[in-house]
Design a protein around this ligand. Structure first.
Ligand SMILES: [Zn+2]
Length: 222
């Protein structure tokens, strides 16, 4: 706790005064252009990764960067997505998975969760991912299997986003775009799904920055 308190002191005595203009303007409201959905993993820092400032990313985090399919019984995720799209008017939604994801590893070893019922129940939102990988990537194992699982999970969550009425309506009007990313912790690289090639490709200086339209795969069943 001491480390956090010391950090607060430094923020208030050094960082805030040096950026007072930014924080004063943010006190009047927020207008983020991006809803950034990622894992709760402590190794991911969305603002550091994208070099964005406070006020630029509306962030939704949970174990496994999962998006429960829309249901009449709401969830924190559904409310956050609806608010971001409908009220904040975000123009893009990024689902960012990552390598070494504990939630994804747990998907492959469900027996390890027998004493963690809340986690096991939550990961049912990734059941479509698990089945898809099990049925289509039987030839893979180890790191290759883990990578595919992370990538397929991102794609499944993008499909799940389409079940949310607010997202669906704005997608139809071209007012929002969806992006699938995987952050490689080991190298700092980010890979983006390219629908044209049907695979994840490294984002580098030469990568196009325009929106891409993701093809619909089979609707995710939760
Ligand atoms: Zn994770």
């Amino acid at each position: 706790m001491q480390k956090l308190i010391q950090g607060l002191h430094k923020f208030q005595s050094e960082v805030f005064p040096s950026r007072e203009g930014l924080f004063t303007s943010l006190a009047k409201g927020q207008r983020p252009e991006t809803l950034f959905i990622t894992c709760s993993d402590s190794r991911i820092n969305p603002n550091l990764l994208t070099q964005t400032e406070p006020g630029e990313l509306f962030i939704l985090r949970n174990a496994g960067n999962l998006v429960p399919a829309y249901a009449p019984t709401s969830s924190g995720e559904a409310a956050t997505i609806e608010f971001a799209v409908q009220h904040l008017g975000v123009r893009q939604i990024v689902v960012c998975g990552h390598t070494q994801c504990g939630a994804m590893k747990a998907l492959l070893t469900p027996e390890a969760l027998k004493d963690s019922p809340a986690v096991a129940t939550w990961l049912q939102h990734a059941e479509a991912t698990r089945r898809h990988v099990r049925d289509n990537y039987q030839h893979l194992s180890g790191d290759a299997l883990a990578t595919v699982l992370v990538e397929e999970n991102v794609l499944s969550q993008l499909e799940s986003l389409r079940t949310h009425p607010a997202v669906r309506a704005r997608l139809a009007r071209g007012e929002v775009s969806l992006h699938g990313w995987v952050y490689k912790i080991e190298t700092g690289q980010v890979f983006q799904f390219n629908p044209a090639g049907g695979q994840f490709e490294a984002i580098d200086r030469g990568s196009p920055t325009e929106s891409v339209v993701l093809p619909l795969r089979a609707v995710v069943g939760i």
